[in-house]
Design a protein around this ligand. Structure first.
Ligand code: ZN
Length: 181
């Protein structure tokens, strides 16, 4: 009987060397699935909008497979009541959430990549997509306010994902107030 240590495994150092060589040949990695991303599959209008908003080119290279999962919900399925069971004396009756994408596929994978993978550019992509969707549907707002992040969490992550998502949303059709909360 063979012990597991007897198996012919590729040493980690060799695997790492192959990986680094592959990274040099194919340097763009999809931040959502971790697969190799073809530069030509970059998000079409996103590059133009990003440059207009931030003054630099984006460094995001989402693969075509993940991009193909970015399917918006039907228009009549984008609004959700905050309270599914309305309460008496609700100060904001009918308060609703707008969700252009279902929480599955690329969105389900991207949110952890933003929050725990510290991927600021991915947050900006979703902010741009959300802002474009709101503008396209003619949805207006008086003010956009990102939910603040604790100083401890900000130091750990390096950015506030709510701010990064809200900023392009605000810059596309809405006014902006960073510190209202
Ligand atoms: Zn991908």
């Amino acid at each position: 009987m063979r012990r597991s240590s007897d198996r012919k495994e590729i040493p980690i150092i060799v695997r790492e060397a192959f990986k680094r060589a592959a990274d040099l040949i194919l340097p763009f990695k999809c931040p959502v699935c971790g697969g190799v991303s073809d530069i030509n599959e970059r998000f079409g209008n996103y590059d133009r909008l990003y440059t207009a908003l931030y003054g630099t080119e984006p460094e995001l290279h989402i693969c075509g497979k993940c991009l193909s999962m970015l399917d918006a919900s039907d228009e009549d399925k984008r609004w959700f009541l905050c309270l599914s069971n309305p309460v008496e004396n609700d100060p904001c009756p009918g308060l609703a959430l707008y969700m252009p994408f279902p929480y599955k596929g690329i969105a389900e994978r991207a949110i952890p990549a933003i929050k725990f993978g510290k991927n600021k550019e991915l947050a900006r992509l979703f902010g741009t997509v959300l802002g474009s969707s709101l503008a396209r549907e003619g949805i207006r707002a008086d003010l956009i306010v990102p939910i603040p992040l604790s100083e401890e969490r900000y130091a750990e992550r390096g950015f506030n994902q709510a701010y990064e998502i809200a900023y392009p949303v605000a810059k596309i059709p809405f006014p902006w107030q960073k510190t209202a909360l």
